[in-house]
Design a protein around this ligand. Structure first.
Ligand SMILES: [Zn+2]
Length: 592
């Protein structure tokens, strides 16, 4: 009730006397009127009137009291029979839970069955079966049936009896050709969707489609567009040495063949080639292949529990710090890529960094708010975009032109070969040079922010969204950092070879750390992009989770009845909007 009464208690009693209720005058600071189970409270100090309690008295007072107190403002009493259907009495969810429409169930968090689409990304030579098999078994534990979609089944098969090397190479070439012919790098994702559509029988049920495997970032973007939050990408990490070993010893490839396939698989450097490396870091979950099956199974179990709304699965410090590193990266205005870094000591974040241009006085440029106009502006000539060029690329171009000019001047090559020479130089390691860039790298900015504030970096852990370049690596070692965790590989980095005496690449969780070297480890766990969806109780894109009931007891979570937090909905927004309209209509909201 949105009215107040600011007169005296006797005046109120007089106005409401036709309700023939009983007044309780003994409560401190308020007077209470009871009618047929309904309770009207009048708070003397504020004049507030509120109605609670049971039917029919509650409705009776809600409709009559305003008219009795202010007859001019509320000249007509609403018919009591009409007010009985007001849905504020019955929660909206109860009303619509009876409806069978999937859209209604979705909007009221009652959707119990939904499909899942899981993409797998791993580099060639990864024994992905060691992850996909337990993933399928564990999904069955959640009541799901699993349909495996093999991307290679979309391509022409190789000739029978061919060796493993030829088989893998054949599928790589077929994939390239199809991407090239269709001028669409996501074409195989479209094929996977077609396979899913073909495999579905009837209404969507608890089916998980596992797509094995994705090789191009455009495929991931495509599947996210089709399946939205119901699509999960699992990145399986296996280090190059063990992949090479698997191809040579388990699949009988020669050393050379194994090396060739690994190189092609990572990045073919042709317009429609596969780019597994650039696909991997888009994952929602990063799973280390490791050497230990129990570890893999437990990791998968936790990922699935998070997908299926277990409210008691919390982030590890590594996951939290990596999430913060990604958060830090998004402040970067770099023209090509955003990189973020975090330094932590004793599980406490002490510094953040991003790749951007430095400003005099310390730190990087921020966009600044002009309080007089409210405009947010960048410092003139500060961030790179304000200079309209990437200084590193410009310097590379200058070097290439200088060498070409000199070769022509000395008659080493003919003038007409100019563009050929420039092509050769452009594809050389000149393209890997980074030192003419104006930006400070994220790792360096994190280290320098500690020096600005006088905080020691000794024995710290550095989390970075990309593997450190060799230049940052030497400063990381020098700063006394003892552990580096990274997500995206950076093959141009020579850190591991240049500082092999100081860096240990630790590729499985249970590998012991060498105390005399800085350990560099690939990140495993929940990726930053799904952090809010899976760990936040209320900020994700799916349903909220509850951890306790109204009495303070923790809620029970069971995998048999667990539902997906961001379910895959077989409806368009127009269908869902229609359901929203029905909810509004049912609540009599339309008449308000
Ligand atoms: Zn760097």
């Amino acid at each position: 009730m949105k009215i107040k009464f600011t007169g005296t208690f006797d005046e109120l009693k007089e106005k409401l006397k036709s309700l023939a209720g009983e007044w309780d005058e003994n409560q401190p600071q308020k007077k209470v009127l009871r009618v047929n189970g309904g309770v009207l409270n009048w708070f003397e100090s504020t004049g507030t009137l509120s109605v609670q309690g049971r039917s029919p008295g509650k409705e009776q007072m809600e409709t009559s009291a305003p008219h009795l107190i202010y007859p001019n403002e509320f000249p007509h009493q609403v018919e009591a029979s009409a007010t009985n259907t007001v849905v504020t009495e019955t929660p909206v969810t109860d009303t619509v839970m009876n409806a069978s429409g999937i859209e209604l169930l979705y909007l009221t968090s009652g959707l119990k069955e939904s499909e899942l689409v899981i993409g797998i990304v791993n580099a060639v030579g990864t024994e992905s079966k060691r992850v996909i098999d337990p993933l399928s078994n564990r999904l069955e534990g959640f009541g799901y049936s699993v349909q495996k979609i093999r991307v290679s089944s979309l391509l022409l098969p190789p000739s029978t009896g061919c060796k493993e090397y030829e088989r893998i190479k054949h599928y790589m070439n077929e994939g390239d050709e199809l991407r090239n012919k269709s001028k669409n790098n996501a074409i195989l994702a479209a094929g996977a969707s077609f396979k899913i559509k073909e495999a579905r029988t009837g209404e969507p049920q608890k089916t998980a489609y596992v797509i094995d495997s994705l090789k191009h970032p455009d495929e991931v973007e495509f599947l996210r567009k089709v399946y939205g939050h119901g699509f999960y990408l699992f990145g399986i990490h296996a280090d190059e040495k063990s992949r090479h070993d698997y191809l040579v010893n388990d699949k009988s490839l020669t050393q050379e063949q194994a090396g060739e396939l690994i190189r092609i698989d990572e990045d073919e450097k042709i317009p429609h080639g596969q780019r597994t490396r650039d696909t991997f870091h888009l994952s929602d979950f990063f799973i280390s292949h490791g050497n230990n099956d129990k570890q893999v199974k437990n990791t998968i179990q936790r990922c699935l529990e998070l997908i299926f709304s277990n409210p008691f699965r919390n982030p590890t410090f590594d996951e939290f710090a990596m999430f913060m590193a990604f958060n830090s990266s998004i402040r970067s205005s770099d023209l090509s890529r955003q990189v973020g870094a975090i330094i932590a000591r004793n599980q406490q974040i002490i510094a953040t960094g991003a790749n951007d241009t430095p400003r005099c006085g310390g730190g990087l440029y921020w966009a600044e708010l002009d309080p007089s106009t409210g405009e947010v502006r960048d410092y003139p000539d500060g961030k790179d975009y304000t200079r309209e060029e990437d200084s590193n690329k410009a310097a590379q171009k200058e070097i290439i032109e200088e060498i070409t000019r000199a070769l022509i001047a000395k008659s080493v090559v003919a003038e007409e070969k100019k563009s050929d020479i420039e092509d050769v130089l452009r594809q050389s390691k000149i393209a890997d040079l980074t030192e003419f860039g104006r930006v400070v790298h994220a790792e360096m900015e994190a280290l320098l922010s500690c020096s600005r504030e006088g905080i020691s970096t000794l024995n710290g852990t550095l989390y970075c969204t990309t593997f450190p370049c060799h230049n940052c690596a030497k400063h990381i070692i020098d700063a006394g950092i003892t552990r580096v965790v990274y997500v995206e590989p950076y093959p141009k980095s020579r850190a591991l070879d240049l500082y092999s005496e100081s860096i240990q690449l630790k590729t499985s969780l249970d590998e012991p750390s060498d105390e005399s070297r800085v350990t560099f480890e690939p990140f495993t766990g929940v990726g930053a992009r799904r952090f809010l969806d899976l760990f936040s109780m209320s900020l994700g894109s799916g349903s909220k989770v509850k951890r306790k009931d109204k009495d303070g007891n923790t809620v029970e979570w069971k995998k048999e009845t667990a539902v997906a937090r961001t379910p895959l909905l077989p409806k368009s927004y127009l269908d869902i909007e229609q359901a929203a309209f029905e909810i509004w209509e049912k609540s009599n909201g339309g008449g308000a």
